[in-house]
Design a binder for this molecule. Structure first.
Ligand code: UD1
Ligand code: CA
Length: 450
């Protein structure tokens, strides 16, 4: 089985500069969902028809072949543009739309199996929609077999009452499809070459057309507007939450939990409200995430607690506590049992096992060993306005409160800095560095003032 995916349309109804099929649902572009489902259903090759915003699509989508439809003359014309790619192909050709991201590979597989077993020339997936506005309606013969598809804009008031719609998912005998496509005309309300018309053409040639109805209409929703985008996103979110809950994750309030399709969460982790788990985030077991955590492309170990924080493109070991009010930035690797407390930012740094950054720190471009303690208010001065420099801190280092570490600088194992120091020179192992003005007490000063 091979697949054509139609993705050349402008997506006029989205009112967007971004091609419609690149808009994200469940954290990934709609088109990506469609490709992934096709692959998981057993498709061995995907040809994507692109046109509007083609350059952006080819930049963001990989692992497929592209053909260009220079002018968007309709879905039938779009399929015809891919004809040369299937010159010698004799298997099942599946045709999908890039703007229907909600179906699973499982649904496609069952659909394709049905097509093969029924020996039809073409099979179309249909669905009973609560609101069929905008979809092509399925017109059946008196005996229930397929008759034709009428687009919403071409439908009369009787046909518009039909709620069984074309899901835009088809399987074809490739040779028959391309032959029938050349006979499709554009005499309709939109002046377009409609792909669904090939079904009628094949039927009139005496071919068998099968129309199978999906059990779950939510898998077949098409996205033409921002409102439908939000609806689809919500459905994917509910599906993801359910999948995780079924695998042993507690989600305290699914309605305020936003988890992208690819995220993985281990057993007995609890997710508190107002939490966003995004991109390629992987979370271990027995964690407590949230309330109010946004974790993007994060790798997180077991037994981690993270509340009120934003962490992205970084790695966190086991039994780490984060927050409240923590920002972990890209390139950071935090080892196990580290404590990162209130109002702390860490960027592009390695923090060794058991070290503590309990309150009000900024650490940038730092390599820190194990079991260090950084006092409140300490910062790395990693930037001179032009270049960034690294700070190196050994094991068992104690950085006193309100220390400025002016990089590049190295603190050896067991070094101490006195509170309020501005450290500009390396501190050898086990030394105490004091880098602040000596205190002077002026006796009787207040008496004189009076
Ligand atoms: C289409 C179907 C409709 C079905 C619905 C399901 C047609 C004529 N109508 O309507 O029966 O109920 O999908 O969601 O097929 N595209 C191209 N080139 C073009 C035109 C469209 O590649 O010239 C692509 C679009 O990018 C999109 C897909 O084909 O991904 C469907 O096009 P769209 O305009 O959204 O069709 P609908 O009006 O939704
Ligand atoms: Ca559509």
């Amino acid at each position: 089985m091979e697949t054509i995916i139609l993705a050349a349309g402008k997506g006029t109804r989205m009112k967007s500069r971004l091609p419609k099929v690149l808009h994200k649902v469940g954290g990934k572009p709609m088109l990506r969902h469609v490709i992934d489902a096709a692959k998981s259903a057993g498709s061995t090759r995907e040809v994507v028809v692109i046109g509007s915003g083609a350059e952006l699509v080819t930049q963001q989508i990989s692992g497929v072949e592209f053909v260009t439809q220079a002018e968007q003359l309709g879905t039938g014309h779009a399929v015809l543009c891919a004809k040369d790619k299937f010159a010698n192909f004799t298997g099942t050709l599946m045709v999908l739309c890039g703007d229907t991201p909600l179906f699973t590979g499982d649904l496609l597989k069952k659909f394709a199996d049905h097509h093969k077993n029924s020996k039809a020339a073409a099979t179309v997936l249909t669905a009973e929609m609560p609101d069929a506005t905008g979809y092509g309606r399925i017109i059946r013969e008196d005996d229930g077999t397929f008759k034709k598809i009428v687009e919403h804009k071409d439908a009369n008031s009787y046909e518009r009452q039909i709620r069984e719609v074309n899901a835009g998912i088809y399987c074809f005998d490739a040779a028959k499809l391309f032959r029938a496509l050349t006979a499709v005309k554009n005499e309709n309300a939109q002046g377009e070459y409609y792909l669904p018309d090939v079904l009628t053409i094949l039927k009139n040639e005496g071919e068998k057309i099968s129309a199978v109805t999906a059990d779950d209409y939510t898998q077949t929703l098409g996205i033409n507007s921002r409102a439908q985008l939000a609806e689809a996103d919500k459905i994917l979110r509910q599906r993801k939450n359910l999948e995780l809950m079924n695998s042993g994750v507690t989600i305290v309030d699914p309605a305020s939990t936003f988890i992208d399709a690819e995220v993985e969460v281990g057993m007995d982790t609890i997710i508190f409200p107002n939490t966003y788990l995004e991109g390629a985030t992987k979370i271990g077991e027995n964690c407590a995430i949230g309330p109010s955590a946004r974790l993007t492309n994060m790798k997180i170990g077991d037994g981690v607690q993270a509340q009120f924080c934003y962490c992205h493109d970084a790695e966190i070991g086991d039994a780490v506590t984060l927050g409240p009010y923590v920002h972990i930035r890209p390139g950071t690797k935090i080892s196990s049992r580290v404590k990162i407390g209130n109002f702390v930012e860490v960027k592009n740094s390695n923090i060794g096992e058991g070290s503590k950054l309990p309150h009000l720190q900024y650490l940038g471009d730092t390599d820190m060993g194990a079991n260090c303690n950084v006092g409140c208010g300490s910062v790395t001065c990693n930037y001179d306005g032009k270049k960034k420099f690294r700070t190196t801190i050994g094991d068992n280092v104690f950085v006193g409160c309100n220390t400025n570490l002016v990089a590049p600088v190295t603190l050896g194992n067991g070094a101490y800095t006195a509170a309020g120091s501005t450290i500009t020179k390396d501190v050898p192992a086990d030394n105490l560095a004091v880098a602040r003005a000596k205190q002077t007490n002026i006796a009787g000063w207040n008496d004189k003032r009076k």
